[in-house]
Ligand binder design. Sequence first.
Ligand SMILES: [Zn+2]
Ligand SMILES: [Zn+2]
Length: 255
Amino acid sequence: MFSTLPATLVFLMMMAGLFVPLEAFFPARSTKPSRRAMAMGAGLLVLNTLLMQWLGVPVLSALGAVVTAPATRSLGVMVFVFVAADLVGYFIHRAMHRVPFLWRFHKLHHEATELSWLDAWRQHPVDFVLHGIAVGVPGALLGASLSDLASVVVLRKAFTTFLHANVKVSFGLVLASPVFHGVHHSADPRDYDTNFAGTFPLWDVLFATEHERHRRLVEEPRPDGPAVLVPEGEGTASQPEDQVLAGARLEPQHH
Ligand SMILES: [Zn+2]
Ligand SMILES: [Zn+2]
């Protein structure tokens, strides 16, 4: 198997090459993440990927061996595995918010104050490995190979990196987006425990956790920097700038 560390560093450089210019030229908010926050994201990216390799992969291989499903590799199966992984990812994410023991690990992800692409990787190792194993289970049960599962994980993480980028992009309810996921990170208690989906907002709609706030965000021009996205009718005059879509969630109200 290819070496995980060099592959992780190449992935990190590719993500930086894509998102650093995008955030520089099309920012949704004028705030910038601290160097400390960026270093934490990059460090956790490397650490968590290695831990997934050492802990998560053996668990998924053992599961695949027990089930002894015939090896399957067709586009249809891979699409099904990707969609099933996203559904499982939705529920494990909800559990992270609902179960106090799990929230203890997940809250690190929500402590980011100026959301940026590297915050996708700001995950406690327990959060990262549990999530990684959970989303790999449907594929392992269906007999997907480890390399196919790895492709699904890399694709998911690349998309998650995009979800945290400080860019003005929304796809409504078709696909998750930085605007959609930004509501999940909002410091406003009205937004808590909403928009859990990693790829398909459909899960939030089906299970009644979608917050419609991301659907009616409007641009509000600011004299001192780029326009920011705020909910219609709620100007930044009444709410601190950037709290709306990228504030740290300091009070975990997961009940
Ligand atoms: Zn969360
Ligand atoms: Zn997030």
